[in-house]
Design a binder for this molecule. Structure first.
Ligand code: NDP
Ligand code: GDR
Length: 381
């Protein structure tokens, strides 16, 4: 256990090296997070910093500002009270960069959250999505092994309920067979099995979190929940007339991202690496999400018509106004019709329990979008 000859970076003196065990390696609490600028990355970073971790994050070079979700956590390193958040340029498509960052930071825990995460976009950028979401995960696993940390560093893979796709049984749990329905889902399937394979081949502590949809006020604006809550806020304030939507019948198990990052952390603190579903155990249609968002603002809605010709009017204006219409553009070549997760394993083994329900989640998002539409808070996403 003490003979980790490659692990010299933080332990240049041999006395210290001799004392390295798996336990005191983890006690160093150094996390490396890919996808740190995304929704989950920002909440996970908050959680880890609050637990005393040093957090290293991978960020992409961009011509526009892409660290706004981390802005409130950033504390200038030149200030008197610098915090323990460090950002490194890199990309999941760049192996040498990943080896270099892992070697420099010597993390005790790696959270692989980076991905081209939009399902609809993955149909248009199938090869790129495969490269980042599939091969990118392999590159990161290989970087950990190349640096010689595979027996020490714990690895979390952001797997997804999109693996179930054309679902075989409901509700879905860790035993449910996979049938992905998009280039995104297929790429994530490769990453899922690579994670299992590194666990089985090299004894690596590598776990998959099979997470069902989770949202928040920091959710990207092109995902359905945020698209709806933002549009409803704008309609309420008279800044927008109507929203254009795709498939209203799709059913999703929507939870709050704050609960889910807690589950990710718990997976890496567990006594053994394994795969866990995180979900709420409730499912709702996109139409229900729209209804709830309007009802939070006391706007009465009525649905008229069917299929592509369906639309919704608000009944509190004279005459009633159309506020929701369908646009074929937002439909996908293959759809995931129904997702409903069973999180019993995580609840029993990790003592994980979600705090937020569907109504509370949507209220949190609508209220935040009202504030940002009023210009009271800055919308960073
Ligand atoms: P986001 O889309 O909000 O964030 C994705 C992150 O990945 C961003 O930081 C983005 O950087 C980064 N990224 C994208 N491409 C690359 C690349 N080539 N190299 C390095 N970084 C890259 O996703 P979420 O926070 O919602 O999700 C986090 C992870 O969990 C993703 O892997 C997603 O697929 C998965 N997941 C999400 C679920 C959800 O409901 N939210 C459910 C199940 C799984 P930038 O900011 O520069 O674009
Ligand atoms: P999803 O999330 O595909 O489940 O992937 P998204 O919010 O994009 O879609 C959910 C459902 O809503 C339907 N839909 C629309 N979707 C979008 N984006 N825009 C629309 O206008 C619209 N109208 C209807 C979709 O067809 C779909 O059925 C998310 C991502 O975060 C993935 O990274 C993650 O792995 C899964 O959740 C779990």
């Amino acid at each position: 256990e003490s003979n980790f000859s490659n692990v010299l970076f933080n332990f240049p003196n041999t006395n210290a090296l001799a004392k390295i065990t798996k336990e005191n390696w983890l006690k160093r609490k150094i996390a490396f997070v890919t996808g740190i600028t995304g929704q989950d990355g920002s909440y996970l970073t908050e959680l880890l910093l609050s637990k005393g971790y040093t957090v290293h994050g991978l960020i992409r070079r961009s011509s526009s500002f892409n660290t706004s979700r981390l802005q409130h956590l950033w504390n200038d390193q030149h200030s008197k009270t610098p915090n323990k958040l460090f950002l490194h340029y890199g990309d999941l498509t760049d192996s040498a960069n990943l080896v270099s960052v892992i070697s420099k930071t010597q993390p005790s825990e790696v959270y692989n959250l980076a991905a081209q995460s939009h399902v609809k976009v993955s149909f248009e950028m199938a090869e790129y999505t495969g490269d980042v979401d599939g091969l990118g995960t392999l590159r990161l696993l290989e970087a950990i092994r190349t640096v010689g940390l595979e027996k020490l560093t714990r690895f979390y893979q952001a797997s997804t309920s999109e693996l179930y796709g054309k679902v075989k049984t409901t509700p879905q749990n860790e035993e449910t067979p996979f049938h992905p329905r998009s280039p995104y889902g297929v790429a994530k399937l490769y990453a899922y099995w690579m994670t299992v394979n590194y666990r089985e081949s090299y004894g690596m502590f590598a776990s998959n979190g099979i997470l069902f949809n989770h949202e928040s006020p920091r959710r990207g604006r092109t995902f359905v929940s945020r698209k709806i809550t933002r549009a409803v806020a704008e309609i309420y304030l008279g800044k927008q007339d109507c929203m254009w939507m795709g498939n209203l019948d799709a059913k999703r198990d929507w939870g709050h991202a704050k609960d889910y990052v807690e589950g990710m952390w718990r997976m890496l603190q567990h006594d053994k690496a394994d795969d866990f579903v995180l979900a709420t155990g409730e499912t709702h249609t996109v139409r229900e999400l729209i209804n709830l968002s309007f009802s939070i603002l006391s706007i009465p809605l009525k649905w008229i018509g069917k299929g592509i010709n369906e639309y919704a009017i608000r009944l509190d204006t004279i005459p009633p106004k159309i506020v929701v219409k369908i646009d074929q553009r937002y439909f996908r070549p293959a759809e995931v019709d129904l997702l409903l997760g069973n999180p019993t394993k995580a609840e029993n083994q990790l003592n994980w329990k979600r705090q937020w329900n569907f109504e509370e989640l949507v209220k949190d998002m609508v209220e935040s979008d009202i504030q940002s539409a009023r210009g009271l808070i800055v919308d960073h996403n």
